[in-house]
Design a protein around this ligand. Structure first.
Ligand code: 76R
Length: 266
């Protein structure tokens, strides 16, 4: 392929978390800094990434966070650079970030595997019912893959972000398990997830080769209850109970630039 910074399939994804350096502020942010903040979170024209959402973050770990996606890695990083450029930059400090790319996981059933699974669950291979289910999946799959690769960000109020690995310790090494058993564990995992349809929307982006953890988990929820409910439920799935390792959790609430500044009293 031609050398390029644009992934062949997915989009670049950046999660950035910041604190306001109140210790460097003698007074509230100047109107110049406020404008810079607002402009950084609402880039326009050529600078506008395909997706950008901002959140105020609960707890002391960060004051606010942003999530950005675009085919061009420079457009994703430019949002961060616009926040930390002078003069605002002396008052804004990045505390954590994660670099990843969207993809369609190898465990997303192909049409063939979807059909095989229904048969394994007892469906009659020649039945009209099976054909109808496979047909419906075949029609939905392109849309579902579009949401995995180039997701719309739901406008829901609550969101939670955390990185994870699958363990490589003796007795629980995910990467030495055969595909068939990983696939079965991920099918159980997906069943748990589907129970939250309409309540939680998730995006799994990949950090392997790009950052310190293997995956970045983004959960958007209609209500924060569902964040704790889904993560708790999944703790009992073998894929998580036996193999998952987690990094820092950030929980936040959707907020525009002015709402973040208001909330943070800067
Ligand atoms: O993408 C799909 O919907 C297909 C099924 C599916 C896959 C392949 C799926 C469904 N997930 C997949 C892969 Mn998931 N997911 C997580 C977490 O906290 C924890 O214990 C785990 C963090 C949550 C909350 C979650 C939610 N998922 C993965 C992968 C592996 C990627 C790889 O190896 O390629 C990870 C690390 C991961 C982690 N998952 C779902 C959900 C939800 C809500 C669903 C159902 C989505 C739906 O409605 O279809």
């Amino acid at each position: 392929p031609e050398p390029s910074t644009v992934p062949e399939n997915g989009w670049h994804c950046g999660h950035f978390f910041y604190r306001f350096r109140r210790e460097a502020m003698a007074a509230p942010l100047s109107s110049e800094c406020v404008s810079q903040f607002a402009a950084a979170l609402a880039p326009s024209g050529d600078a506008a990434p395909e997706r950008l959402a901002s959140y105020w973050i609960s707890g002391h770990g960060a004051d606010f966070g942003i999530m950005v996606m675009d085919p061009d890695p420079a457009k994703v990083d430019a949002v961060h650079q616009s926040l930390v450029a002078p003069p605002l930059g002396q008052f804004v400090e990045a505390v954590w970030s994660f670099v990843s790319i969207s993809e369609v996981s190898e465990y997303v059933p192909t049409i063939e595997r979807f059909r095989d699974r229904l048969i394994a669950e007892g469906a009659d291979p020649d039945s009209d019912e099976l054909k109808a289910k496979v047909g419906a999946y075949e029609r939905r799959l392109p849309m579902m893959n579009e949401q995995r690769l180039r997701p719309e960000f739901p406008e829901w109020p609550a969101a939670c972000f955390y990185p994870m690995n699958k363990s490589r310790v003796p007795g629980a090494n995910w990467f030495t398990e055969p595909f068939s058993s990983r696939n079965a564990m991920m099918a159980e995992h997906a069943q748990s997830g589907i129970a939250f349809a309409g309540k939680v929307s998730q995006l799994i982006t990949v950090g392997v080769g790009l950052d310190d953890w293997e995956w970045m988990v983004t959960l958007w929820a209609r209500n924060p209850d569902y964040l704790k409910d889904i993560v708790y439920k999944m703790r009992f799935d073998v894929a998580s109970a036996k193999y998952a390792e987690f990094g820092p959790f950030y929980v936040g609430y959707r907020a525009a630039a002015d709402e973040i500044l208001d909330h943070c009293k800067v």
